[in-house]
Design a binder for this molecule. Structure first.
Ligand code: IMP
Ligand code: MG
Length: 179
C-alpha cells in the first residue's frame, strides 16, 4: 500500500472562510442578550474551534464534548459514542456545536438530541466541511465552511487513524494498492 495526499483546501483559503464564518456568527448573536456557549467536538474540531472563537466578536464560553464513531477505518462504524461533563450552564443559553465535518450526520444529530435535555434557548451547528452526498440522517448545519465531494480528507484537525491532524491544509488521502 502507498499513500497519496493532495491539497483540497489550502490554509489561506481556510483562514479567509473561517473569518467570514466568525463575522456571520458575530452578527447573528451580538444583540441576543443571552449567554453564548460554543462547544467543541473533540478531537477533530479543536483546530477549527481555536481559530473560529478568535474571530467571533461576542463574549462566549467554551465547552468540549468527545465524540467517536470511527475506529481506524475510513468508514464510520455508525455508532456514535459521546463523553461529556454535565452541561447545566446551557439552560437558557444559545449554543453552537462546532465540528470538523458532517458526513452521515449522525454525530451532530446525536449531540443536538443530547444537549436538548439541558433546555438551551437554541442549538445550532457549525462545521468546517460538509459532505452532503453522504448524509444518512437529516441534519443540516446552520454554518458551513465548505461543501466537499465524497473523498476522505485529513489535516486542520481531521485525522486518519489518529494521524495527520497537525497538517495546516486540508488534503485528500488515498491508499493505493501497489502493483
Ligand atoms: P458523521 O457522524 O458520519 O457525520 O461523522 C462525523 C465524524 O466523522 C466527523 O466528526 C469526523 O470525525 C469523521 N469523519 C467523517 N468524514 C471524515 C473525513 O473525510 N476525514 C476525517 N474524518 C472524517
Ligand atoms: Mg470527529
Amino acid at each position: 500500500m502507498s499513500t497519496q495526499m493532495e491539497i483540497l483546501i489550502d490554509q489561506e483559503t481556510i483562514s479567509k472562510r473561517v473569518a467570514a464564518l466568525g463575522a456571520q456568527i458575530t452578527s447573528d448573536y451580538e444583540n441576543s442578550g443571552r449567554p453564548l456557549i460554543v462547544i467543541c467536538v473533540l478531537k477533530g474540531a479543536m483546530i477549527f474551534m481555536s481559530d473560529l472563537v478568535r474571530v467571533i466578536d461576542v463574549p462566549l464560553q467554551m465547552e468540549v464534548i468527545v465524540a467517536s464513531s470511527y475506529g481506524s477505518e475510513q468508514q464510520s462504524s455508525g455508532i456514535v459514542k459521546l463523553e461529556y461533563q454535565s452541561f447545566e450552564a446551557l439552560a437558557g443559553a444559545d449554543v453552537i456545536v462546532v465540528d470538523d465535518i458532517s458526513d452521515s450526520g449522525r454525530t451532530l444529530k446525536r449531540i443536538a438530541h443530547t444537549l436538548a435535555a439541558y433546555e438551551p434557548n437554541s442549538v445550532r451547528s457549525c462545521v468546517l466541511l460538509d459532505k452532503p452526498s453522504r448524509r444518512e440522517v437529516e441534519c443540516k448545519a446552520k454554518y458551513i465552511g465548505f461543501e466537499i465531494p465524497d473523498a476522505f480528507v485529513v489535516g486542520y484537525g481531521l485525522d486518519y487513524a489518529g494521524q495527520y491532524r497537525e497538517l495546516p491544509d486540508i488534503m485528500v488521502i488515498t491508499e493505493l494498492e501497489n502493483e
